[in-house]
Unconditional design. Structure first.
Length: 311
């Protein structure tokens, strides 16, 4: 978590043929956004990978930012805190509880929202990607120094305050134009459910199925240890559910939630594309994040109406 704390980065982003400066900030405790004076105030946490982190969008334009705007606009006092970090799978969520959340004094959220699916759809990759530590002694010593040095922490703060640099130029418009060609079509849930045989996919991707289900089961005790309520949200790509492994992961997640009586927002069954909602195959533009946040908000209100657990 060391490299995800006290972060102030700026990206020069081209979108809709306009250039804008995007500020990416993570606070002292590692959450995206401004500093938090009291961790006990955190009641709702949003956990995901890069599709939840959205580092190339200003915070107000992200899914979490738009959700918080809708809450504020409709006179809800609740705020959602963004714990998403690029690359995280459900194993990353487990590691959050083991190595991050457990170190936060006073941290005891009522609700954890997990925006999951895309990163877990590649769980047929080798187990080496789950390793937390390098086997090389040099890197172990380096990590220890970085994680425990007050001097390095101070130098980082000085650098962020007085030596700000634009980290990257990123052209969202170019990528988006490549995605939405003349032959583009959206493979929605109705098409997917007719096209795929779920049992065949389970057999074909049995290793992925085994790993994903195990991770979900391993995650639950950590959530319940906080006496918190989990809410899972399925995902889509720019082309919907053209990726059969994402379709499978979404369906496995639904089965898991049904079996364990857990709330789930089936975004993959609700969302229908608007062109330019994605700037690459998995990441949403400000327009796409706004569209998805509205679906999430409506579904969260339905959950809240049934049982006053969120707002």
């Amino acid at each position: 978590m060391q490299k995800h704390r006290n972060k102030n980065e700026y990206y020069e982003v081209f979108s809709k043929n306009q250039k804008q400066l995007v500020k990416y900030k993570r606070n002292f405790y590692g959450f995206r956004g401004n500093e938090i004076d009291d961790l006990s105030k955190i009641k709702i946490v949003f956990v995901g990978g890069s599709t939840g982190n959205e580092r190339f969008l200003n915070e107000k334009d992200t899914i979490v930012g738009r959700l918080n705007y809708l809450l504020y606009k409709n006179s809800y006092k609740s705020k959602i805190y963004n714990a998403s970090i690029d690359g995280k799978t459900t194993q990353g969520y487990i590691n959050d509880f083991k190595f991050w959340f457990s170190k936060l004094k006073g941290f005891n959220p009522d609700v954890f929202i997990f925006y999951t699916g895309i990163n877990d759809s590649v769980l047929n990759q080798p187990l080496k990607h789950d390793e937390l530590y390098s086997n090389k002694k040099y890197f172990q010593i380096k990590d220890y120094i970085v994680n425990n040095s007050i001097t390095i922490e101070l130098l980082k703060k000085i650098q962020d305050k007085y030596f700000i640099k634009i980290k990257l130029e990123y052209d969202l418009t170019k990528n988006s134009n490549q995605l939405y060609s003349k032959n583009y079509s959206y493979f929605n849930y109705n098409k997917a459910i007719k096209n795929y045989n779920l049992q065949n996919l389970k057999n074909k991707h049995s290793y992925l199925k085994l790993r994903f289900e195990k991770r979900l089961n391993d995650l639950l005790p950590y959530i319940y240890n906080y006496n918190s309520i989990p809410i899972f949200i399925t995902q889509v790509r720019y082309d919907g559910l053209m990726d059969e492994q994402l379709f499978l992961v979404n369906e496995l997640l639904k089965e898991f939630c049904k079996k364990n009586n857990i709330y789930i927002i089936k975004l993959d069954e609700i969302y229908n594309t608007n062109k330019k909602d994605f700037y690459d195959s998995i990441h949403t533009t400000a327009q796409g994040s706004d569209s998805i946040s509205k679906i999430m908000y409506d579904e969260l209100l339905k959950i809240n109406k049934n049982k006053k657990i969120i707002f």
